[in-house]
Write a new protein. Structure first.
Length: 193
């Protein structure tokens, strides 16, 4: 935010200077200046403007404050990534089945990722926002994906001969019913995404 303020102040001063030069160039009411002289003045003005912008870039991006700011943003991104990973793991561990055949994990995880990206957006750094988006996408593609597809890959549960032989009919029914519920909940969660 400080850098934006400095840029605006410097560019504001630059615009005032350009307006003064413009008045001088266009004040030629008597036709004293020929076209070639006007072109040279315009080119000189553009060259000075480019030099000022280059100096401003060097001042802001290569100064000690600029490098410390980059270092802080790098540390912030690492902390944000750790926070996002831990919160998603907690949301997965605290997964609760809601009404119908859905669970709370989809809403919780997407809320957490969105919250982290919004927080990174408030930093005002495009690099920070891109890093937060990349971290969120990577987390959704790895941890969250593995959790959702783990139960789906197990498939719709069926009883085999050994399970029926070892368990009573009631226990087998409860195991199958629970497996069906888990399967349908995860399928519905996938459909929501």
């Amino acid at each position: 935010m400080y850098w934006r303020f400095v840029r605006r102040r410097i560019k504001g001063a630059s615009k005032e200077e350009n307006q003064e030069e413009y008045v001088m160039v266009n004040a030629d009411d008597f036709g004293d200046m020929d076209e070639e002289k006007k072109k040279q003045l315009e080119q000189e003005k553009l060259r000075k403007k480019e030099e000022r912008e280059l100096k401003l870039d060097h001042l802001l991006n290569r100064s000690l404050v600029g490098s410390k700011m980059q270092e802080l943003l790098g540390n912030y991104i690492l902390l944000e990534q750790y926070y996002m990973e831990e919160c998603v793991r907690k949301a997965i561990d605290m997964d609760v089945r809601e009404e119908g055949m859905l669970s709370s994990v989809v809403d919780d995880v997407l809320f957490l990722v969105r919250k982290c990206v919004r927080r990174a957006t408030s930093s005002g750094s495009v690099d920070c926002v891109c890093a937060a988006l990349n971290n969120g996408v990577a987390l959704l593609e790895t941890t969250f994906y593995q959790y959702l597809f783990g139960a789906v890959q197990a498939g719709y549960p069926s009883t085999n001969f050994a399970a029926e032989a070892l368990q009573t009919a009631q226990n087998a029914y409860n195991v199958i019913q629970h497996g069906e519920d888990v399967f349908f909940v995860h399928c519905n969660n996938l459909e929501l995404q």
